[in-house]
Each structure stands twice: as C-alpha cells, then as structure tokens.
Design a protein around this ligand. Structure first.
Ligand SMILES: Nc1ncnc2c1ncn2[C@@H]1O[C@H](COP(=O)(O)OP(=O)(O)OP(=O)(O)O)[C@@H](O)[C@H]1O
Length: 246
C-alpha cells in the first residue's frame, strides 16, 4: 500500500523508509504522503514503530535508511507526552525561546491566550498542572507557525476529562494554524475524533489508510463512528466492541 494525500499538495513525502534495530526491521519500506493542512493519526500496537517513524520525520534519527525519499518541511514542531518545559524559565520565556524582540513576545502572549493561559505568562512550569503544561507545549509549537506538527502521544499522561478538553483545543488550534499533523496515539477514539486520515502501522508497513469523512466536532454516538472504531480495533487485533486498543 502507498498511502497518499489525495488532491492536497504534499507537506510530507516518504518513500521506501527503512529502519532496523540490530536484526529487527521496524520500518520496512514505508511510504506516505501527508497533504498540507492534513491531520493524520497513526495507530499501531505497542512496539510497532510509531515513535520510530515520528522520530524519523522529526529529523531525530540519523540512522534511518532507505533508497527512497524523506521530505519534510523546514518549519516543523514536535510535541511529546511530557511537556519538556525548561523549569528555570517562565511560561512566556519557554514559549518565546529563540524568538526575537517585541514581535516574538507579542506572538508568545497571543499563543498563550490561544491555549487559554492568558495571565499565566510569568508563572513557572512547576506551578502549572500537567494539562496546563501541555497547553504551553502546544503554544510553544504553534507560535513558530510550523508547516508540520508532529505529536507523540501528547495527551497520553492526562486524565480522561482533560484529554477531551485538549482534543477540542487541538482541533481549534489546527483549524486556525492549519499545519499538517501527524498524531501518534494509542487511543482509537482520539484518532477518530481528530483526524482526517487514520493509518495503522503493523510489521513495518501501513496496513490501513482510512479517510474519516465525518462532520466536526465528531459525534461519538454516530453509527459511522462506531463502524470506523470496529474496523480499526480489528486491524489492531482487538476484537471486543467498544474496547480501546492498548
Ligand atoms: N534506539 C533503539 N534501539 C533498539 N531498539 C529500539 C530503539 N528504539 C526503538 N527500538 C525498538 O523498536 C521497536 C519500535 O519502537 P517504537 O518506540 O517506535 O514503538 P511504538 O509503536 O512507538 O511503541 P509504543 O506504542 O509502546 O510507544 C520496539 O521494539 C523498540 O524496542
């Protein structure tokens, strides 16, 4: 299968990407195009290579091989499960790190307001909850107006209610900033709630490339939502209806 982004101009082009660790092949000639502004979620069993793929796209893996292509935009941002804020810098300093002058400060304040943290600019990271810290991480990413946002389980450590709020926030931010997104997640419902396309990685290849043509915000009670969930769970080897993949 050679997943592609349909009519959209590609922001990401990957062809024949190979990654081995010792004798184990984790990415086995992976192919993928992600269109500009397209939101792609990546599912797969634990250990299937999702983070390995994301790290390759982020340019963090110098040993990834292949005779093909790995093209990503210069302006890309990465968000991880932990916010990775600098504890010795204030919130606004974390967001504006590397940005210059009053324009940078203004952009930082605006980004913090967008994620609902207006007035918290001079707080320290340890004065924020886990969810608030992830909001800062999102602000720090988006203030750079990336053409590609890579997110590796960004809400994995949050409680269920906070996670749902973060879904709404991410959806709004992406509608405003329109980066292409690759979201790695274990949460099938999270993928269906947020993504335009859902990929499943298994044994080094994408075994599913599903377009989600449901209106936004997505209605979890819609029978088509349930159909997509069932199909994805079956691809992930989870049979029980309604259960989430682990
Ligand atoms: N630096 C490394 N050295 C050796 N093996 C590695 C390395 N990084 C990852 N692996 C192996 O590659 C496989 C894929 O790991 P990866 O973290 O990409 O999976 P994943 O799908 O993101 O898993 P999870 O959902 O549990 O986070 C695993 O078997 C892992 O042990």
């Amino acid at each position: 299968m050679a997943p592609h982004s349909g009519q959209l101009k590609p922001a990401v082009r990957v062809a024949n990407l190979v990654r081995r660790f010792a004798a184990k092949t984790i990415l086995d000639g992976v192919e993928l195009d992600i269109g500009e502004g397209e939101f792609v979620a990546l599912l797969g069993k634990s250990g299937s290579g999702k983070s390995t793929f994301l790290r390759a796209l982020a340019g963090l893996d110098h040993e990834v091989k292949g005779t093909g292509t790995l093209e990503t935009p210069e302006k890309l941002s990465v968000v991880f499960q932990d916010a990775r804020l600098l504890p010795w810098r204030t919130i606004i300093q974390n967001v504006t790190l590397g940005l210059r002058g009053e324009t940078g400060q203004e952009a930082g304040r605006k980004a913090l307001a967008e994620v609902g943290l207006e007035g918290r600019e001079t707080a320290w990271p340890n004065q924020l909850s886990g969810g608030e810290q992830q909001r800062v991480a999102l602000a720090r990413s988006l203030v750079r107006e990336p053409a590609l946002l890579l997110a590796d389980e960004p809400f994995g450590a949050l409680d269920a209610l906070t996670r749902l709020k973060m879904h709404d926030l991410l959806r709004e931010l992406c509608a405003t900033h329109r980066p292409a997104v690759l979201l790695v997640t274990h949460d099938v419902d999270e993928a269906i709630s947020l993504a335009d396309r859902i990929l499943v990685l298994d044994e080094g290849r994408f075994v599913e490339d599903l377009r989600v043509d449901l209106a936004v915000p997505r209605d979890h009670g819609d029978p088509r939502f349930a159909q997509i969930r069932t199909r994805l769970l079956s691809r992930l080897g989870v049979d029980a209806p309604g259960r989430r993949a682990a």
